[in-house]
Design a protein. Structure first.
Length: 93
């Protein structure tokens, strides 16, 4: 099997794969205490779309997002390189 991505991109992908289960665990652990745990993923973004990432980051703490926890919000300007696994519930059930 040949890895086609350059080393830095593979490393970033590996770190992100480990961050998602950590996010879910933190959401389950701290959710009963009223703490919401979410992440914003940047994806393939060019500099002008940095405002999209900022907007997503600003949205999550507001009351309108009170029901969102344990999620990764992808702000990539619809340039997703790979599909994101979306389990039906926290814990992958």
């Amino acid at each position: 099997m040949t890895l086609r991505q350059p080393w830095p991109r593979r490393a970033v992908g590996a770190v992100r794969c480990g961050a998602v289960p950590l996010l879910w665990s933190a959401a389950v652990e701290h959710g009963p205490h009223g703490v919401r745990v979410n992440a914003v993923a940047d994806g393939a973004v060019r500099t002008p779309q940095m405002s999209d990432i900022a907007s997503a980051s600003i949205f999550l703490p507001f009351p309108l997002a009170a029901c969102i926890t344990g999620q990764t919000l992808v702000a990539d300007g619809e340039r997703r390189e790979v599909p994101v696994h979306r389990p039906s519930a926290i814990g992958g059930e």
